[in-house]
Design a binder for this molecule. Sequence first.
Ligand code: ADP
Ligand code: MG
Length: 340
Amino acid sequence: MIRETIEKKKPVIIVEKLEKFFGSEQSRVKALAGVSFEVFPGEIVFLFGPSGSGKSTLLNILAGLEVPDGGKVVIDGVDINKMNKEEKAIFHREKVGMVFQAYDLIPSLNIFDNISLPLVFSKILPAKRREIVSKMLNDFNLSALADRLPAEVSGGQQQRVGVMRALICQPPIIIADEPTGNLDSASATEVMDLFARLNDDIGTTMIVVTHNPEQLHYADRVIHVLDGKVIKQTVHHHREASRPAKKNSWTTYVEQKHSKREEKIIKLMKIILSKTQLDGFAETEIERTAILIEAAIDKKITISALRKNLDLPTKDGGAGLYSNTAHHIADNIEALLEVL
Ligand code: ADP
Ligand code: MG
């Protein structure tokens, strides 16, 4: 949805200083270390970050499946942790559709009945249910599988059925945790295109976790998460414009609109790296590198986290640099911080 329209609205989701710990007192893991952000109606927001950065924990709290240790979540004006069990059930059926990577379909029900289940709970009459589910199956090109049991279709198809089940009541908000994680790239594109279409057609608000940088162009805004913290948000004013550039990504990146702060990080990158190195980067690599350098300078992440994440492949949420380039940058930033 167009950014200017989005920004005039009130947030539909407010996440405030969320904290979550796991484990015993001796071996405490801080999964979320004070995460705050807002989501506006009609936005597609992606949560992007490496494995273990707290994305699933965050979504599980939004979905009401986990209770935070600190902070709060307000969805559509309601603090979700103040609802009782029954209120939560109705709330999630009507307001929030959830898509998870583990697509727990009911094994004894065929595909058709699995998808129509939420409509049964919402007391939609059988004839209407058949009409809605048939249309959905048709839209997803899966009509031929209607009578099969989950065990009789492929993993990718089961995942698409899970997505359909989450979408069938047309909830105003969809939360998806790596919804395309198990899919081949053609099926993944189909699912993402469907999300984009739902957003364009009926303004569904989406929060999608991914660690696939190739999907980020679907987002209106990307929230970068690392070590249980938001390290940066990138707004895409026009989704189309943010598609990866074809050649010389560095030039394209430098020509984009940047804040004063980002201009300085770009200058710093030019000092630390050679022109050949910079020209060899893909756009995602440049952007991730800049974000990580900024986070390290702000002491939001340690030098060793910087080193590790510069080296980590982009598909795992890192910057995807060659190891020696990653070390070179980390060494320079470390030296810089020592004299600051
Ligand atoms: P992501 O989805 O970004 O990969 P998670 O939210 O799954 O990250 O995990 C964040 C951190 O919290 C990790 O260090 C993970 O090991 C830990 N964690 C998540 N769930 C649990 C749990 N149920 N018990 C213990 N530790 C957990
Ligand atoms: Mg996860």
